[in-house]
Design a binder for this molecule. Structure first.
Ligand SMILES: NC(=O)C1=CN([C@@H]2O[C@H](COP(=O)(O)OP(=O)(O)OC[C@H]3O[C@@H](n4cnc5c(N)ncnc54)[C@H](OP(=O)(O)O)[C@@H]3O)[C@@H](O)[C@H]2O)C=CC1
Ligand SMILES: CC(=O)C(=O)O
Ligand SMILES: [Mg+2]
Length: 548
């Protein structure tokens, strides 16, 4: 069979063009002989480690962050084993270029950098009624984890339409790099229901549907067609991760689907778990318990409501108080100021539990002054909102103020770690959603932890895969948070860091997975039976390690 340029697909040539089989110069002499590769490769042979080293050298030579993103994505299309080896061995250095912050810029420019090779499934409204048969077009049958988005709220960058595909691709790369879920079991999906992003609608090169977003019952029916098609094709333990949906849909979809299929919303639930773990880490630093704290959130959307509910649950477990009592020590601001009782009539449903009997204040500084929180959590997309006055006020009220600036990407962070340490005179216990390097301040080195759900969702995916989970629940997230918090080494806490180092992420994800899987067996939500005698050994045994 000749292609249009006259190439013949010989066995050797096809092998080199198949990313899951290609080893490039990593093919041994014997393999070159049997696979018909002689002449298709120069004579040198390299080990996987040599190739990782060369790849890192080439990556470091690139000066633009987006070029590094494109370079790594292109490597995935050429030699998948090498791509995952690079990501697994150099997670700290590479993660910013496959994930936040650079994936944000990549989504903004996705139509310009689109590389003509399928990285996942694009399911658009044009495909309505045919989604089940379109799943058959994907080359792998045994899919266990799907991350899918409709692109409406990509990080803090708003509606990116189908260009949001960069997010499921990046998240699933971390399933493999951070938790060893085999890449062949992972499927990124972009649901194209239109976009309300004017720039995209007017861009002649935009690759998605040029129409405004579908809403209402027809939208729900399209999502339902996809969910049902996925479960029909891949079985009841395929895990479906909602990612970066707009909050007008996210909560409703989660509540509808979480009792029916194995799914979770990472922005609501995964974020809740990573933030609670960071709070638990902070209590280890400050010698307090969660119940000692008073929380103020800037942002009352998916992340805000998810974190707030899980913190309330943690306080309930700690104290035995009613959940309503526990919620009373958690306050939120949205774009109209303090969420409070006097605003009940206008509030979205997910804010109502935190509408307390407090006087309305319009802005963050007034709220900090009035409520005297011990912990400030930014999930607002409002860059620089934790300004000097806010952090100084937090520091005046607290010996060790907890300051989490969790909005992504970096350009949306509520403050930088350098600002938090400087304005608090080194007292802040800080975490950020996107990565920042260590900060030297008054002779001490502070390591800002990355409070990102990347510490949670890969472990959730690994657990679901290893035990055949049929549901993912809020209790799993609490358990995941406790498991993650238990992995923070003392030297990290000594550097004011409330998360374990990323170099340990595979072992950390394993611990998270073991804890969740144990809960799945305890609650009858595991389908890999009987329960393995040594759960940790079983989960470790299914983890993929990139090697030739
Ligand atoms: N670190 C991590 O792991 C994660 C970080 N995030 C980040 O958190 C941010 C928010 O995500 P998410 O909650 O899903 O988004 P949502 O859109 O659901 O919520 C955003 C919230 O911020 C509020 N907000 C917007 N502008 C202002 C303002 N000027 N003053 C006060 N509040 C404001 C909104 O107010 P209103 O309700 O009035 O519209 C809303 O409550 C994003 O940047 C996202 O990247 C999200 C998930 C995980
Ligand atoms: C990290 C993440 O899920 C977000 O910012 O949306
Ligand atoms: Mg997200």
């Amino acid at each position: 069979m000749h292609d249009s340029q006259g190439f013949v697909g010989s066995k050797g040539y096809t092998t080199l063009k198949t990313p899951s089989q290609n080893k490039g110069l990593g093919f041994t002499d014997a393999e070159r002989e049997t696979l018909g590769l002689r002449g298709l490769l120069p004579p040198a042979t390299l080990t996987l480690e040599d190739q990782v080293e060369l790849t890192m050298q080439e990556l470091r030579r690139k000066t633009s962050a987006l070029d590094k993103y494109v370079f790594l994505q292109s490597l995935q299309d050429v030699n998948a084993t090498l791509y995952y080896a690079v990501l697994s061995r150099h997670t700290y250095e590479c993660m910013p270029f496959v994930y936040t912050p650079v994936v944000g810029e990549a989504c903004q420019k996705f139509s310009q950098i689109y590389r003509h090779t399928p990285q996942g499934l694009y399911l658009s409204l044009n495909d309505r009624g045919k989604l089940r048969s379109i799943l058959d077009n994907w080359p792998v049958e045994d899919i266990r984890a799907i991350v899918f988005t409709d692109g409406e709220r990509i990080l803090g960058l708003g509606d990116q339409g189908i260009d949001g595909m960069g997010i499921p691709v990046g998240k699933l790369a971390l399933y493999t790099a951070c938790a060893g879920v085999h890449p062949s079991h992972c499927l990124p999906v972009a649901l194209d229901v239109g976009t309300n992003n004017e720039a995209k609608l007017n861009d002649p090169f935009y690759i998605g549907l040029k129409r405004r977003r579908l809403t209402g019952e027809a939208y729900d029916a399209f999502v339902a067609e996809f969910m049902e098609a996925a479960v029909d094709k891949y079985g009841k333990s395929v895990m479906l991760q909602f990612e970066d949906f707009g909050n007008n849909n996210a909560f409703r979809l989660l509540h509808h689907w979480q009792e029916k299929v194995c799914c979770f919303n990472d922005d609501i639930q995964g974020t809740a778990a990573v933030a609670l773990a960071g709070i638990l880490g902070s209590t280890a630093i400050t010698g307090t318990v969660v119940n000692d704290h008073r929380f103020l959130f800037l942002g009352a959307g998916e992340a805000g409501a998810g974190i707030a509910e899980l913190i309330a649950y943690a306080i309930q477990v700690e104290t035995g108080k009613s959940i309503e009592e526990c919620r009373k020590q958690i306050f939120m601001l949205d774009s109209n100021g303090l969420v409070c009782k006097s605003r009940l009539g206008e509030l979205q449903h997910h804010k109502i539990n935190f509408a307390h009997d407090a006087e309305h204040v319009p802005d963050l500084l007034s709220a900090v002054k009035a409520l005297k929180p011990t912990a400030l959590i930014g999930v607002s997309t409002l860059a620089k909102s934790f300004n000097q006055a806010v952090i100084e006020e937090m520091s005046a009220n607290n010996e060790r103020p907890i300051i989490f600036a969790l909005s992504n990407p970096t350009s949306k962070a509520e403050c930088t770690p350098e600002e938090a340490y400087r304005w608090s005179d080194g007292a802040a216990v800080f975490a950020s959603g996107s990565p920042f390097g260590p900060v030297e301040f008054k002779g001490k080195t502070y390591v800002p932890g990355q409070g990102n759900n990347a510490y949670i969702f890969p472990g959730v995916g690994l657990a679901a895969f290893a035990c055949g989970a049929t549901r993912i629940t809020d209790l799993d997230m609490y358990i995941a948070a406790k498991a993650l918090a238990a992995t923070i080494p003392q030297d990290q806490l000594d550097a004011s860091c409330v998360y374990p180092p990323l170099r340990d992420i595979r072992e950390v994800s394993l611990k998270v997975a073991v804890a969740i899987a144990a809960n799945k067996y305890a609650t009858g939500q595991a389908s890999v039976l009987p329960k393995p005698a040594d759960l940790e050994a079983h989960i470790r045994s299914v983890m993929y390690t990139p090697r030739y």
